[in-house]
Design a protein around this ligand. Structure first.
Ligand code: ME8
Length: 497
């Protein structure tokens, strides 16, 4: 099976923050999950580098737009490398190959009869890079950016978006383009049902920093049209088209659920299968945003709490789909409770006991273990990750962490040393085998911890495998007796004050 997952391509007007990292980490989790269960994966991310907003940001620091975008695009790439994001393709909209695909796409739209010249007059918000209707403004200002939009009147080319209204309603209502969660699907449907769709202005004469229209080079292509096509540039040439899963936040839902599918319908291309629309990470109640500046930098959080600490927090403190406020206090608490105390201690206790009682060699169990519960947890894990419920996958994995800790408390292996050697072997084997299962369940969720637990068990980290290998790996009893196990030199999750 092919799995093509995308993140939005981020504006390079400023450095990336936790919000950008949230979508990217979610896509990373899904990409790792699909590689683990044997799918062929294309994980796409990248940067959106054209348009008035970027040109303005470059001018502010007295740089040419190209020099400016090169620097910030490098920042994004370097952040994703620091966060160990397993992207397969990092696309930049200033790449030659993308520029060519965009020009070709626009020619196809025109040839198909969906483009006509005209004049546009409206209120343009640079933060959103889009025209706003009066009823979208609050006190005359853009609600997302708090700025007064500029009045723009100019010649433009239009895309006949309006004629796609009924087809869009149909494909969204019948889930040909499935939008999740349900509340977002209903939001788009109610927007489409209650408003006339206006044709879309797809070119700007007054913006120089963009891709020239192929048939009239005095215009540049509207930055959103250029940006949306990035998915097509990366997916079509590699044989992955259409996207299986597009991840985005609700700020850019209409672009992805209205303009984007209409553009694809117009050139007779297959539509993306699923849009997953998550909420905002807020800071003191306001959307964390590069334009507003109220940001937290993920590399700083990761330096203190590790990348896995950041992943755990983001997918447990926030319900995927809803808004949530970033809180340093909660991050600290969650990290200490779940990662240091529950998971970290579990690994430490088990390996130390094996070291002490069996010289670090996995003991042979003398009786079969009933693994029905583990099988059930595996089912929940697989179901939740297949339906993008990352928090539920964490919850089910933690069910196993908790069970293993309970098992230690109940069986008191240190007491069994003198009383019942056979039982000690059985319990320790069961705990070690549980750690192996945990390392696999954690592979897409907390990849670094998963790899370290596996190394403690003398096993290679898992990345890409076949479905058969996956199926085999999740059976009970795969851990070989007499394998040497050892603690990694650094504590898995050191406690923080
Ligand atoms: O909109 N909470 O780029 P962008 C959660 N270039 N997610 C957040 C967030 C927050 N506070 N802030 C940003 C653009 N995001 C366009 C996209 S795609 C063809 C073009 C994430 O840099 C979230 O995914 O403003 C949101 O949709 C995206 O970054 C917006 O990124």
């Amino acid at each position: 099976m092919k799995f093509f997952v995308t993140t939005p391509i981020y504006y390079v007007n400023n450095h990336p923050h936790i919000g950008s990292a949230y979508s990217t980490l979610a896509a990373d989790t899904l990409a790792r999950f699909h590689r683990q269960i044997g799918d062929q994966v294309l994980f796409l991310t990248g940067t959106d580098e054209h348009g008035a907003k970027i040109a303005e940001a470059a001018a502010k620091v007295k740089q040419s737009p190209q020099t400016f975008v090169d620097t910030i695009a490098d920042d994004y790439r370097s952040l994703w490398n620091k966060l160990d994001i397993s992207y397969d393709r990092f696309i930049r909209t200033t790449e030659k190959v993308h520029v060519e695909v965009v020009r070709d796409f626009l020619n196809r739209l025109k040839r198909a009869g969906y483009v006509y010249p005209g004049q546009y007059s409206g209120l343009y918000c640079r933060g959103c890079e889009s025209f706003k209707r009066n009823d979208e403004l609050i006190d005359g200002k853009c609600p997302d950016h708090g700025t007064v939009p500029e009045t723009v009147t100019e010649d433009t080319y239009f895309f006949k978006l309006s004629i796609f209204k009924d087809r869009l309603i149909k494909i969204i209502a019948n889930d040909q383009l499935a939008i999740k969660p349900e509340v977002r699907k209903n939001e788009v449907l109610s927007f489409l049902e209650n408003n006339d769709l206006e044709d879309l202005s797809i070119s700007r004469q007054s913006v120089g920093w963009g891709i020239p229209l192929p048939w009239d080079e005095s215009h540049t292509i509207y930055v959103w049209v250029d940006a949306l096509i990035n998915y097509y540039t990366a997916g079509k040439k590699t044989g992955f088209w259409p996207p299986t899963q597009q991840i985005l936040a609700k700020d850019i839902l209409r672009f992805h659920a209205v303009i984007w599918p209409a553009m694809l319908l117009a050139i007779n291309e297959e539509l993306p299968k699923n849009l997953f629309v998550h909420g905002y990470i807020t800071s003191e109640g306001k959307k964390m945003s590069k334009s507003i500046g109220n940001v937290v930098f993920p590399e700083e959080v990761a330096k203190k709490y590790s990348v896995d600490g950041l992943r755990y927090y983001l997918f447990n403190a926030f319900t995927f789909g809803e808004d949530g406020d970033f809180s340093d206090r909660l991050l600290n608490q969650t990290y200490n409770a779940a990662l240091s105390n529950e998971l970290g201690n579990l690994v430490q206790r088990v390996i130390v006991m094996v070291d002490k009682y069996y010289d670090g060699l996995v003991p042979a169990p003398s009786s079969a273990h009933n693994a029905a519960l583990v099988t059930e947890i595996w089912q929940k894990w697989q179901q939740s990750l297949s339906s993008y419920n990352i928090n539920v996958a964490f919850e089910s994995t933690w069910q196993l962490v908790k069970l293993a800790n309970q098992r230690i408390d109940e069986t008191r292996p240190w007491g069994l040393v003198k009383e019942d050697q056979e039982q000690l072997k059985n319990v320790l084997y069961e705990l070690l085998e549980t750690l192996r299962h945990l390392s696999l369940m954690l592979t897409p969720l907390l990849p670094d911890a998963a790899g370290r637990i596996r190394r403690s068990l003398n096993l290679e980290p898992v990345y890409q495998q076949t479905d058969k290998e996956h199926f085999r790996s999740i059976q009970w009893g795969e851990l070989r007796s007499n394998t040497r196990v050892s603690l990694s030199p650094e504590v898995l999750f050191p406690r923080h004050q």
